[in-house]
Design a protein around this ligand. Structure first.
Ligand SMILES: [Zn+2]
Ligand SMILES: [Zn+2]
Length: 349
C-alpha cells in the first residue's frame, strides 16, 4: 500500500505455510455504514490451528473476540468505547434466520471488505476488525473481558444445546468429546445443576473434564462403553447427550447412550444416524452451531457470571499474539482447554 493512500498498518496473524505463522502488517480496516471498527482486546482460539497445520495461507484468522468499538460509523446501536462480544461471520441481517437472531445459519453473508473498501478486517487474530453492529453484544460492566470471551464458541454452542434440550438440574447429560466446545458444555451443564458423564480419550482433557465437574469420564474406545453408561444411569441411558467430537463413528454410538425419549444435540460435522433407531427410541434431535444473542443475551451474561470459577479452569493458557506459533503448537498437542490470544502490546492477563 503506497504511503500516499493514508491507510495505516495494523498487525494480524498470517499463516505462510504448514506450521508457519507469524505477525504481518495489513491495511487498517475502515468502518462504514452499520459496519463498525473494533479494537481487539482478546481473541479466543478455536480450530484455526488446523489451518496452521495444513498450511492454508491466510491473514484473516479467527472468529471469536471481545473488543472495544473505536469507530461506530453510522451505527445507531453502538458508540465508541462500548465493550462488545464479537459474534462469528457476517450474516445478512434480513433473511428469516437473521431476523430471528439465528445469524450463524445465514446463507447470504455480507462482504465487509467490499462494503467498507477495506483491505483487511475479517479475522479476529488482529489488532482491529470489522463487524455489522447487530453481531455485537454489549458486555455488562461487572463482567471481565476474559470471562465475556467465553460467550462465543467456549459456552455458545452448548448453551444452545442445553436450552433446546431443556436440560434441568438433576438430569444426566452425556458429553461426547472434551475439546474446548465439549469442556464448555460441561461448564454449562454443571452451572445448570445437571450431572455430567463425559467421553474423552486424551488424558489432559479427561482430567480437565473431571476438574470441571464431570462425575464420570469414560474412554470412548472402551468395549463396555454402553454398559458403563447404563450402569451410571439406572440402566436406561442419559437423559440428554451432546456430541462435539467431530468423530465420524460417534453419532450412532451417542444415540445408543441416550435413554428412550431422550434428547440429543450435535455440535459436530461428521457422521450419520440410523433412522430406525431415532424412530425406535423416540429421540428429539437438535443441530446446534452457535447461540442467539438477540434472544438470549441477558441469560448468557448471567450464565457467565454464575460460571466464573469454572471459566477460570476452562481457560488454561494465554499468549501474546506475537507468540501465536507456540499457541498453535500447544493446541495441536491437545494439552489445553480454551486458549486466549492477546493482540497488540496487551499483556496476557
Ligand atoms: Zn441472513
Ligand atoms: Zn469457534
Amino acid at each position: 500500500m503506497p504511503a500516499s493512500s493514508g491507510v495505516q498498518k495494523i498487525l494480524s496473524v498470517e499463516i505462510f505455510g504448514p506450521r508457519e505463522a507469524q505477525l504481518s502488517q495489513q491495511p487498517e480496516p475502515q468502518a462504514a455504514g452499520d459496519i463498525v471498527k473494533i479494537q481487539v482486546l482478546v481473541a479466543p482460539m478455536c480450530t484455526e490451528w488446523q489451518s496452521w497445520r495444513a498450511g492454508k495461507q491466510s491473514h484473516e484468522l479467527g472468529h471469536e473476540a471481545v473488543g472495544v468499538v473505536v469507530d461506530a460509523a453510522q451505527s445507531k446501536r453502538l458508540k465508541a468505547g462500548d465493550r462488545v462480544v464479537v459474534m462469528p461471520h457476517a450474516g445478512c441481517g434480513i433473511c428469516p434466520a437473521c431476523r430471528s437472531g439465528e445469524h450463524i445459519h445465514c446463507t447470504e453473508q455480507r462482504n465487509l471488505l467490499a462494503e467498507t473498501s477495506s483491505g483487511s478486517g475479517i479475522g479476529c487474530y488482529s489488532d482491529y476488525l470489522l463487524k455489522p453492529d447487530y453481531l455485537l453484544e454489549l458486555v455488562p460492566d461487572d463482567i471481565e473481558t476474559h470471562h465475556a470471551a467465553m460467550a462465543i464458541c467456549g459456552l455458545g454452542p452448548s448453551f444452545t444445546a442445553m436450552k433446546r434440550m431443556q436440560v434441568t438440574a438433576g438430569e444426566t447429560v452425556l458429553i461426547s468429546g472434551c475439546g474446548a466446545v465439549g469442556l464448555g458444555a460441561i461448564v454449562n451443564a454443571r452451572t445448570i445443576g445437571a450431572r455430567v458423564i463425559a467421553l474423552e480419550l486424551q488424558p489432559y482433557r479427561a482430567e480437565l473434564a473431571r476438574e470441571l465437574g464431570a462425575e464420570l469420564v469414560i474412554d470412548p474406545r472402551a468395549p463396555d462403553l454402553i454398559e458403563q453408561v447404563r450402569a451410571a444411569t439406572g440402566g436406561y441411558g442419559a437423559d440428554a447427550a451432546l456430541d462435539t467430537s467431530n468423530n465420524e463413528a460417534a453419532p450412532p454410538v451417542v444415540l445408543e447412550l441416550v435413554r428412550a425419549r431422550g434428547r440429543l444435540s450435535f455440535v459436530t460435522w461428521s457422521g450419520s444416524l440410523p433412522v430406525n433407531r431415532i424412530t425406535g427410541k423416540g429421540v428429539d434431535i437438535f443441530g446446534c452451531w452457535h447461540w442467539n444473542h438477540e434472544a438470549h443475551g441477558a441469560e448468557m451474561m448471567q450464565r457467565v457470571r454464575e460460571a466464573r470459577p469454572l471459566l477460570d479452569k476452562l481457560i488454561t493458557h494465554r499468549f501474546p499474539m506475537s507468540d501465536v506459533a507456540s499457541a498453535f503448537a500447544l493446541q495441536e498437542s491437545c494439552n489445553c482447554g480454551k486458549v486466549l490470544l492477546y493482540p497488540g502490546a496487551a499483556e496476557p492477563r
